[in-house]
Every structure is written in structure tokens, then in C-alpha cells.
Design a protein around this ligand. Structure first.
Ligand code: NAD
Length: 316
């Protein structure tokens, strides 16, 4: 049995679906602060807070959990700067609570959701796992700190994934990205195209070919398949690892907006506002390690496909 904290959220719910399709039993542990009960399907759901070590421990013991996927966190960069204590409480203290419960129950394999935000402004591109980590926001700081604490736990086999920009949705339209507030470009642009509203682009004077920021958008189902490979590897005795999850392909904001116009067949009006503080010009992964270490083979490495799958869940 596996346990997925945050399994009612965006990446967690897609991964729970993939794990179950691969034949694993999964129990979801989520306080539903951001997640959705209906995203869990008919997998068992324990509604609880990460900080409740006793409930975590009982859940691990009652379900006989051997491996954990830890998605639950607060994950808004701006909010982390306004409410740093909240981020240290949920992301650090919540992860410590999970590690304590796992130690008490003998669950010795963990996959952790980290982020490319741990790198801050990268020294070089594409970004390899060996780059110096220098987060520039509290969210990234909490994730970098937990990477270190997890790696230091004796006897724990851990897989630390640094996701780039998760995007897209289940190809059959049955699961979606439902964040509130939504801060991610693709759903925001699709909603603007659907509703005929104006989308704000944060800066077009970056030192990139078209002046807008460049990111590495990864289909959420490709993230999910990497998690399946990782937990299976760790449970089979594989060594701990740290790996980026990105395609290694940078796409600009303007290229995303063109894809949104192509896929929706609708006009999309854009207002160019000022840069957002703390947005590096370019972030894209060196994704070789995940491909080699886990034989990860992405199935949806195509911008229009990602946008099409997201659109299928948003169109009216
Ligand atoms: N979405 C991205 O592009 C992205 C990029 C890099 C890293 N990540 C990381 O991936 C993970 C999942 O991200 P997501 O986009 O699916 O977020 P999400 O908000 O959709 O999912 C997080 C889930 O955790 C739950 N949760 C939050 N606090 C909790 C608590 N105290 N106790 C129990 N459950 C709690 C929420 O209810 C939610 O279901 C996070 O750790 C995030 O930092 C996401």
C-alpha cells in the first residue's frame, strides 16, 4: 500500500490515478484545503492535516503503508513572501511530522515534490541537478531545506523531484487543474480566451528572443509516470536520488499564447504589465538524469497537446 499526501490536489490526483492504473493500492491523505474530494475517485481518503502526526501514524499503520509520495504543501510564491511562517509551518513542520510518522511505522521509501524554485536564478542553462541552489523566495527556501532533511534521514530511500512547470490534464478530460486562485499561465490564458477577458503578461522586456519569460512546461501525466517509476524503484531497493522533471525545452510566454489561440481557435487579448519581482528570465531543465535513472519516457512532450488537454477541461 502507498500513501499520497496531497493526493486530492492537481499533481497528486493525476499521480494517484497513474499508480492505481499500474496496479498499486493508494490511500490519499489530504486536508482538502486546496484539493478536491472528487479528484480522489474511489481511492480511500483520510481527511487530515500534515501536522497531525498521530493521525498520519495511525493511517500508515492501519493501511500497512510501505511507500509515501509527499505532494502536500503550500505552493504560491507570492503568498510565501507575505506569510513566511505559514510556509515554514506547512512545508517544513508538516514534512517533519510525516518523517516522524514514517519512522515510527517503518515506511522507508519516499518521493518528495520539490521544485525548480530551489535553484533561484540559474547560473547556467539548461539547469542540471548539480547547480548551486539559491532560492529567491520563501517557498523555494522551504523546499530546499526539506530536500536536505529528507536526504539526511538514515535508512530512508528517497526520490526528490524538482518539477518545472506542471501543466495539462488527463487526456480524457476527467481530471483537471483547479487551483484557487489560479496563478499558472496556461489555465489563465485559456480562461481569458474562453471568457473574452484580457490576460496580463508580466513583462516583455526580458533578454529573451521575444522579450517574455521562458519556462519548461511539463505535462502532469508525464510527472505522474515518473512518480510511478520512482516509487517502484525505491521499493525495490533503489538508491536515493535527486532529479529534475522537465523536458529540457524552453517555451516563451508568447509561444504559449500562440498555442492557446491555435488550440482554442479564439482571439486572446493581452495587456503587458510590469515584470513580477523574482521572475527569472529563463528556466528550463536538463532532464537527462530522470530519463537515465528511471527510464522515464515522456509521452506528451508537445506544447499544443498540453494546451489541448487543459482546454478540454475548461471549455464551455
Ligand atoms: N504545480 C506546479 O507547477 C509545481 C511545480 C513545482 C513543485 N510543485 C509541488 O508539487 C506539489 C503539488 O503541487 P500541486 O500543484 O498539485 O498543488 P495543489 O495545491 O493542487 O495540491 C496540494 C495538496 O496538498 C493539500 N494540502 C495542503 N496543505 C496540507 C496540509 N497541511 N495537510 C494535508 N494536506 C495539505 C491540499 O489540499 C492539496 O490537495 C507541491 O508540493 C508543490 O510545491 C508544484
Amino acid at each position: 500500500m502507498l500513501l499520497a499526501t496531497g493526493g486530492a490536489g492537481y499533481i497528486g490526483s493525476h499521480t494517484v490515478r497513474a499508480l492505481r492504473a499500474a496496479g498499486h493500492e493508494v490511500v490519499v491523505y489530504d486536508d482538502l484545503s486546496e484539493g478536491h474530494r472528487d479528484a480522489v475517485g474511489d481511492a480511500p481518503l483520510v481527511v487530515g492535516d500534515l501536522l497531525d502526526t498521530g493521525l498520519l501514524q495511525r493511517t500508515l499503520a492501519d493501511f500497512g503503508v510501505s511507500g509515501v509520495l509527499h505532494f502536500a504543501a503550500r505552493c504560491y510564491v507570492g503568498e510565501s513572501m507575505q506569510q513566511p511562517r505559514l510556509y515554514w509551518r506547512i512545508n517544513r513542520d508538516g514534512t517533519r511530522s510525516l518523517l516522524a510518522a514514517m519512522a515510527a511505522c517503518g515506511a522507508r521509501a519516499l518521493v518528495f515534490s520539490s521544485t525548480c524554485a530551489v535553484y533561484g536564478v540559474p547560473e547556467s542553462l539548461p539547469m542540471s541537478e548539480d547547480l548551486h541552489r539559491a532560492p529567491i523566495n520563501v517557498y523555494g527556501e522551504t523546499k530546499a531545506a526539506m530536500e536536505d532533511e529528507i536526504a539526511a534521514v538514515e535508512g530512508l530511500r528517497s526520490g526528490i523531484f524538482r518539477y518545472f512547470n506542471a501543466a495539462g490534464a488527463a487526456p480524457d478530460g476527467s481530471l483537471a487543474e483547479r487551483h484557487d486562485p489560479e496563478t499558472h499561465l496556461i489555465p489563465l490564458a485559456l480562461r481569458a480566451a474562453r471568457d473574452g477577458t484580457v490576460l496580463t503578461v508580466h513583462g516583455d522586456d526580458y533578454p529573451t528572443p521575444d522579450g517574455t519569460c521562458i519556462r519548461d512546461y511539463v505535462h502532469v501525466c508525464d510527472l505522474a509516470s515518473a512518480h510511478v517509476a520512482a516509487i517502484e524503484d525505491l521499493l525495490a531497493g533503489g538508491e536515493s536520488f535527486v532529479a529534475n522533471l522537465g523536458y529540457g525545452r524552453g517555451v516563451s510566454v508568447r509561444q504559449v499564447l500562440d498555442a492557446v489561440r491555435r488550440v482554442t481557435g479564439r482571439p486572446l487579448e493581452v495587456h503587458v504589465g510590469p515584470r513580477r519581482p523574482g521572475d527569472p528570465a529563463e528556466l528550463y531543465a536538463d532532464g537527462a538524469r530522470a530519463r537515465e535513472r528511471l527510464e522515464w519516457t515522456p509521452a506528451y512532450d508537445d506544447l499544443d497537446t498540453i494546451v489541448e488537454h487543459a482546454w478540454a477541461t475548461l471549455r464551455d
